[in-house]
Design a protein around this ligand. Structure first.
Ligand SMILES: [Fe+2]
Length: 429
């Protein structure tokens, strides 16, 4: 009796469970959905995603955000560019997917929009995103260093903390080495899985690090991981086609952000010349009061045994001459911030991932740290940049501000907290 009751209960549970399962999706949903900034973020936004191979055309639907659920009725549909990709990674993964990219143009500045991507029967969730204002106006953005290792678990935890602690971030900068093995598609999957909704709602810009480059095989030159251009939709206003989406410029509410491809600059003399000539132009003809350089390799290193002397020799005179304000880097898996020259930029090295290096014997930073995961909030107003670095437990670790009312070098005010420096990674392990 008892047994049959149990059997009946089990059967009814399984029937209920069966009844509750929704009908199978005809097609897989879009994945790796991301929004990137364009060179004109007040009136355009760039989107990218991928879906199962062979699904045909893909679309974006978008509308201004409404007070209630009316937005789907006014949504406009635009076809995306589709790139069918099939390749084998160096780790012998077979990648076969259709990648989609689309740019929305003619948007209204400082306006909230909703969008979804996909096709009939396979739409993403609706996501919301905001265009920039057309003029210099206060806003806050995030900057983080290398995520790189244990992305799914420990890296993602820190990135989510940065996003949660900065709910109004206008955009997010990734300073390279987003993943560890350039074309490893499992790692890229982990990267997008860190926070799929926020990566689809907070526009981002990323610069490649050495770990996005596949080292040369035989006589070949090094190659950027194929996923970079397939799955991001970054500005294409750099010096040449072969530096597209790695070297570019964005002007956002009075701040010019410039991405340099540090690894190519280091590896290839022609690339270095191209980037330098282009950079000179971007700094000469610059309508923004504030200029921020994003590049993976630091000019001033923080990790033991490292020194960016070659990059420094080439770049620093240009950055000083044009009064660049901030140079944001990664690569060294430590933290450091300082201004080696009064009229030059403030240099920062930061690290949000779990991989940690010991600090070198360095005297250029006024605040440094090791064994910590850090993220930076940068608050920009027309006259002031305020930079705050937080450890991933949410505590303020470093802060300073730069003031400027015209062109020229900014005035630096140190605001670092009185807490002790955290030097938690002392030995080579
Ligand atoms: Fe690196």
């Amino acid at each position: 009796m008892r047994l049959s009751l149990r059997l009946a209960a089990a059967l009814s549970c399984s029937l209920l469970a069966f009844a509750a399962v929704p009908p199978a999706q005809a097609e897989s949903l879009p994945e790796r959905v991301i929004v990137n900034l364009t060179e004109t973020p007040a009136t355009s936004l760039a989107f990218n995603w991928r879906a199962e191979a062979g699904g045909g055309e893909g679309f974006i639907e978008y509308a201004p955000l409404t007070p209630g659920p009316a937005y789907p009725q006014t949504a406009v549909r635009i076809a995306a560019k589709r790139t069918a990709a099939a390749f084998t990674t160096r780790d012998q993964e077979q990648v076969s997917a259709d990648y989609y990219s689309v740019q929305l143009t003619g948007l209204t500045p400082d306006t909230q929009y909703v969008y979804r991507v996909g096709r009939e029967g396979a739409w993403s969730a609706w996501r919301q995103v905001r265009t920039a204002a057309a003029e210099a106006r206060p806003f806050t953005f995030l900057y983080v260093g290398d995520v790189q290792n244990d992305i799914r678990s420990m890296g993602g935890l820190a990135v989510r903390r940065a996003l949660r602690q900065t709910p109004d971030a206008a955009f997010m900068l990734f300073a390279g080495d987003l993943i560890n093995r350039a074309d490893n598609d499992g790692e890229w999957g982990q990267w997008f899985d860190m926070d799929p909704h926020r990566l689809a709602e907070t526009p981002s810009l990323m610069t490649p690090g050495n770990h996005e480059y596949m080292k040369p095989e035989g006589a070949e030159a090094q190659q950027l991981a194929p996923q970079w251009r397939l799955q991001f939709n970054l500005p294409d206003n750099g010096p040449s086609e072969w530096l597209s989406e790695t070297v570019y410029r964005v002007d956002y509410q009075g701040v010019r952000v410039i991405s340099l491809d540090a690894d190519m600059m280091d590896e290839d003399p022609q690339s270095a010349r191209d980037q330098l000539a282009w950079l000179e132009g971007q700094l000469t003809d610059n309508p923004a009061r504030w200029t921020v350089i994003l590049m993976h390799y630091p000019l001033y290193s923080t990790a033991r045994g490292r020194d960016g002397a070659e990059l420094r020799a080439v770049l620093q005179p240009v950055l000083d001459r044009h009064h660049v304000d901030l140079v944001l880097a990664g690569h060294d898996h430590t933290y450091g911030r300082g201004r080696p020259h009064d009229q030059g930029p403030v240099y920062m090295v930061s690290n949000i991932g779990p991989k940690q290096y010991p600090l070198g014997d360095i005297d250029w930073p006024v605040r440094k740290g090791s064994g910590i995961q850090v993220f930076q909030q940068i608050e920009a107003t027309p006259d002031r940049l305020t930079v705050r670095a937080f450890t991933m437990d949410g505590l303020l670790y470093d802060a300073f501000q730069l003031d400027k009312t015209g062109q020229g070098a900014a005035r630096l005010t140190d605001l670092k907290p009185a807490t002790p420096e955290l030097i938690l990674r002392r030995e080579d392990r």
